[in-house]
Design a binder for this molecule. Structure first.
Ligand code: SF4
Length: 325
């Protein structure tokens, strides 16, 4: 009977090599990859196509957000709850393994490659806390890890697995050459939860709005953000591409502000805000525009389906800095 292994596939070289090692032992390999508003499966999709790997991409936003509010093992340097995140991914993968009748899971993780998240003990504890202690095989480092179920039961030949560890890439390059792999995708764009500025904004969102929507998270990826009062934040584009993105995210009920006659940011007030908030948003808009300082300038305000021509004076840099999230 065919042995089936599911790869938690990132699309990087190590995950490609892990798939090759498993396929080389006759295992029928498929991949899964996860996405949320904080990280994408784009690289996994692209690589899977190149290496002909059947890949399933699963949006885990709901479960991930729930975990993100109260991670059992806490956050890393920023809002990245990496241990909880890995445990969650393994749990979901474990469910899929059972549903699809696969024999085991495997990853391209290498012991010690990332000192914090891929230390030997961390690798073992994430699998254990996902309830999958010996069902997650790391083919590239298996020989320096305890034996797993697929090895013990003869589904996989442990003697043909590897003992890679540390940050060096030499042996991976040699393996890639032996499989005829000549190119692979660059490191992934990364996870926004490790970004200090994004993390600051996300924390502010969690603290200020328990009923936030996914659009609120998407907005955190664009522009400068200002906290005007407990209810309202304002977003200002930093360049024309961000201005366009902000305009696309405008929804009925919001206020949208632009400087008239001068280049400057598009400013969004999600939910529209009160009059005082909109006035401050107009002043912020002029602050980052080419409008003259200390004299009134015109701005257009789109609110409740109507466009109004308004006058305001640019906010001072010190005042805008004080509002910046
Ligand atoms: S960096 Fe992001 S995606 Fe990666 S484990 Fe940490 S929280 Fe999860």
């Amino acid at each position: 009977m065919k042995i089936r292994g599911i790869s938690l596939f990132s699309g990087g070289l190590d995950s490609i090599l892990a798939c090759k090692v498993m396929a080389g032992q006759g295992v029928e390999v498929s991949g899964i990859s996860f996405e949320t508003p904080f990280f994408s499966a784009a690289r996994a999709r692209e690589t899977a196509m190149q290496v002909d790997l059947p890949l399933e991409v699963i949006d885990i936003t709901d479960e991930h957000l729930k975990m993100l509010h109260a991670p059992r093992w806490g956050y890393g340097k920023n809002m990245n709850p990496c241990i909880d995140c890995r445990v969650l991914m393994f749990q979901i993968a474990g469910r899929m393994m059972a549903e699809r009748g696969a024999d085991f899971l495997f990853t391209g993780e290498i012991v010690g490659q990332r000192p914090m998240s891929q230390g030997k003990n961390t690798l073992l504890m994430t699998a254990k806390n996902a309830g999958l202690s010996d069902m997650i095989l790391r083919p590239l480092s298996a020989k320096i890890l305890p034996e797993t179920n697929p090895e013990r039961t003869g589904k996989v030949d442990r003697s043909r697995l590897f003992d890679l560890q540390g940050r060096g890439r030499k042996r991976q390059m040699e393996m890639a050459a032996s499989y005829g792999i000549v190119s692979w995708p660059p490191p992934a764009g990364g996870c926004l939860l490790t970004d200090p500025a994004f993390s600051r904004r996300l924390r502010d969102l969690f603290e200020s709005n328990p009923h936030y929507a996914i659009r609120d998270i998407e907005l955190l990826k664009v522009g400068r953000h200002f906290r005007i009062n407990a209810e309202t934040r304002v977003v200002a584009g930093r360049n024309s591409s961000e201005n366009n993105m902000i305009e696309k995210m405008y929804a009925m009920g919001d206020a949208l502000i632009r400087a008239e006659s001068f280049p400057g940011p598009t400013v969004l007030v999600p939910g529209g805000g009160d009059e005082e908030t909109r006035n401050l948003a107009m002043r912020l808009c002029l602050r980052y525009s080419d409008a003259p300082r200390d004299t009134e300038a015109s701005v257009s305000l789109l609110f409740q389906g109507q466009t109004f021509l308004m006058k305001a004076i640019a906010m001072s840099p010190d005042d805008s800095e004080a509002l910046l999230i």
